[in-house]
Design a protein around this ligand. Structure first.
Ligand SMILES: *[C@@H]1O[C@H](CO)[C@@H](O)[C@H](O)[C@H]1NC(C)=O
Length: 475
């Protein structure tokens, strides 16, 4: 073990040399990038994390990971998972930090309101005329609802939401719609420190949902209520500002604890959205052709991208699996969010190259299967070595090295990364520093014979995803 950790520290100091050059390059491209809130990561041991708390709602529930765990505090993020039943509507919180949402299962509609942007989804003249004839409640002007873009969402979609954007999710599918959300508390956009303090525009979150910080503030005299943000305003002022009567203001302000954050839609749910197939075909075309050259403004930028399509994989090995990334090149919006995501599908017993993240924390959520993970600190200490399975979260702090090996049923995961163009530095295989360094440098650095250095350099010729060796299928 001692020699192993020594080797690793040699390896890492090598990598520091190699990465200082790429750091300079990335500084050039990251002009004006804001600093992430710095954290202390005195990690001796990492853990598999499971949800600590469940908050029931009228049409679903929300599972929360413990925001105070050392692991999540190190990365300065929070993780939560919403399960939305059929006809359930996740009521929009607005947040002071960016969020990345991954659709684990099911399908539905997603809407986001970007402040100051036009309502581009409109009824046509014809539609509104026929609607106003058939439905008298449409109003005297015969005008239907107009709103900002509504997207169809399905398994594998990644939704990237900048701070301050209100959004909602409606389950119009047959099964539960389950989404996992990474809240990037440590993002430069968040100036409120470390709290999961969502403001709620509607509905009424339970107090727990407003985070530990919220509770502490409550103890210090600033009373936290479980109401939405409108309920704090003076009724007359609000009535005038909205040009509505006071009775309606009271309805807007009332808190309805029972329903929680996911409410059930009683009647027909009417929003404007393109047909699923039509939208899906257009998106797939766009994803394959790349961007269409139109300049993206804050009003037109894309918030969503699907990461599951096997034909869009960045790395594919028929004997090991595939890996796909959505970063700021693919979804320019991520430059603003300072986040990216990687999805890996490892086949039975395959290995994902031991690697480290030079610029990002990585927050892994296992989406399918099981396997074994080992994580090693910068100092070469093993801080995690255990089996993992679907539904668990593991944080891999920046510069820690990690290796994943799939079990007999394969292993799949997503990694949220706190950098818009997060790359990995491999410690084995093609693409690693071993394969790109002269044999004599390796021989001298590790005190090996030339022959051994050559074996070390050329032993594994695959990139990133390694097929299992016949002899090593189980350990
Ligand atoms: C390097 O390796 C040789 C042969 O294996 C050994 O005799 C020598 O002591 C090693 N040097 C160091 C500094 O470990």
């Amino acid at each position: 073990m001692a020699t192993y950790s020594c080797l690793l520290s040699v390896t890492l100091s090598f990598l520091v040399l190699f990465s200082s050059c790429s750091a300079q390059i990335s500084q050039v491209t990251s002009r004006g990038r804001q600093q992430r809130i710095q954290t202390q990561c005195n990690i001796q041991k990492l853990n598999t994390l499971e949800p600590q708390q469940r908050i029931e709602a009228e049409a679903g529930h929300t599972d929360l990971w413990d925001q105070n765990s050392e692991d999540l505090q190190c990365a300065n993020v929070a993780v939560l998972r919403h399960t939305i039943q059929n006809r359930g509507l996740l009521v929009p919180p607005y947040t002071s930090y960016p969020q990345m949402i991954y659709v684990l299962q099911g399908e539905g509609l997603h809407g986001a309101s970007i402040p100051g942007c036009p309502e581009t989804f409109q009824y046509s003249q014809q539609q509104s005329r026929s609607r106003s004839q058939s439905q008298s409640q449409e109003g005297k002007e015969g005008r239907g609802d107009e709103h900002q873009k509504v997207r169809q969402i399905r398994e594998g979609d990644v939704i990237a939401l900048p701070a301050g954007i209100t959004h909602w999710i409606y389950n119009n599918g047959q099964s539960n719609l389950v989404v996992v959300s990474l809240c990037d508390i440590g993002n430069a956009a968040n100036q409120l420190g470390q709290s999961l303090s969502d403001f709620f525009l509607a509905g009424s979150p339970q107090q727990e949902f407003q985070g530990q910080q919220g509770r502490q503030q409550g103890q210090q005299g600033h009373e936290q209520s479980d109401s939405n943000v409108y309920s704090g305003f003076n009724q007359d002022l609000l009535a005038e500002a909205l040009n509505i009567d006071r009775e309606l203001v009271s309805k807007l302000q009332r808190s309805d604890r029972q329903r929680g954050c996911i409410v059930r839609v009683q009647d027909e749910f009417q929003v404007l959205a393109p047909h699923r197939r039509e939208q899906q075909e257009r998106e797939e075309r766009e994803q394959e052709q790349g961007r269409n050259g139109l300049e993206e403004t804050i009003c037109t930028f894309s918030l969503k991208h699907n990461i599951n399509n096997p034909s869009l994989a960045d790395v594919f090995n028929p004997r090991a699996g595939r890996s796909s990334s959505i970063n700021a090149y693919v979804l320019p919006n991520l430059e603003k969010l300072q986040l990216s995501i990687n999805k890996v599908v490892l086949y039975k017993n395959a290995i994902y190259a031991p690697h480290w993240n030079p610029e990002a924390h990585s927050i892994m959520y296992f989406t399918r299967g099981s396997g074994r993970i080992q994580i090693v600190s910068q100092r070469g200490d093993s801080v995690f070595d255990d089996n993992v399975k679907e539904g668990q979260v593991i944080v891999v702090p920046q510069a820690f090295a990690v290796v994943q090996k799939a079990g007999n049923r394969g292993l799949e995961w997503i990694s949220f990364k706190t950098h818009p163009l997060a790359m990995i530095n491999q410690l084995a295989g093609r693409g690693s520093f071993l394969s790109s360094t002269p044999v004599d440098v390796l021989a001298n650095a590790f005190n090996l014979s030339r022959e051994d250095a050559r074996k070390l350099k050329n032993g594994r010729r695959e990139i990133t995803l390694f097929s299992p060796l016949r002899s090593s299928s189980d350990y």
